[in-house]
Design a binder for this molecule. Structure first.
Ligand code: BTN
Length: 239
């Protein structure tokens, strides 16, 4: 089953995820996509704001998949692979994006895209913010843009490529399950043994990346033993 998308384009919205949430409540079908040139209240993970000036891609996709809520995190990994493929297709051949747990897409260690997957009743909302031209100047982490990394990209071109890649990865996930997605994600992420720091609420855990659990939770080998991390902000640990 290959999907078709129905894209609604807006010049400016508060948040494409919120727009899709409203459409979902009004009964919009699987494959509804909202694209905005600009967001006035773009949302990131942990309730943070997402820098959303004109020049980047802000897109949310409504899915009505018959899957348990526990599978929602899997969709984040499916989306990260989707975005990584689209980014690689738009960058010079020698540049390859990498992935950071849980769903960040990086180019040259700078975050180029953020993904926010939400489950609302029986629907899933996949939100993607992709820096094409503009990156936040005072983000607390390194950032990247497609054009800054030497890519030749327009926002609409990136959108079309991304939706094509999403259809492909969703099909693969629905057909073969999470195991191959998990393996493909691991192959593009920080290697096993990378020293990481996970901030969870006010707490931090430091340790060595030990892979992904079967549900996508991060395994971290800390001085107190192996821990399973389900939600956190991850950075490199200081030397
Ligand atoms: C993150 O914190 O890394 C996730 C950022 C997700 C941003 C995208 S932009 C399109 C969609 N609409 C939103 O309000 N957020 C997501």
């Amino acid at each position: 089953m290959s999907m078709t998308f129905n894209v609604q384009h807006h010049e400016r919205l508060d948040s494409t995820n919120d727009a899709v949430r409203q459409l979902a409540a009004a009964g919009a079908p699987h494959g509804t996509v909202v694209h905005a040139d600009e967001q006035t209240a773009g949302r990131g993970r942990f309730g943070r704001a997402w820098y959303s000036p004109p020049g980047n891609l802000y897109l949310s996709v409504l899915l009505r998949l018959d899957c348990p809520v526990s599978a929602t995190p899997e969709l984040g990994f499916v989306t990260a692979l989707t975005v990584a493929d689209a980014v690689d297709a738009l960058l010079p051949k020698q540049i390859k994006s990498t992935l950071k747990w849980p769903n960040d897409v990086l180019v040259d260690d700078g975050k180029i895209a953020g993904i926010l997957v939400e489950q609302v009743d029986a629907a899933q909302i996949i939100g993607v913010g992709l820096n094409v031209l503009e990156a936040p100047r005072n983000a607390p982490y390194k950032t990247a843009t497609l054009v800054g990394a030497g890519g030749i990209a327009t926002v609409d071109g990136a959108r079309d490529l991304l939706l094509e890649s999403l259809a492909k990865h969703l099909d693969a996930w629905l057909e073969h399950g999470f195991a191959p997605i998990r393996a493909a994600w691991l192959a593009r992420a920080h290697p096993i043994g990378t020293s990481l720091r996970a901030s969870i609420g006010g707490r931090t855990e430091e340790g060595l990346f030990a892979g992904l659990d079967e549900d996508g939770a991060m395994l971290l080998d800390t001085p107190d033993g192996r821990k399973r991390i389900v939600a956190a902000e991850v950075g490199g640990a200081p030397p």
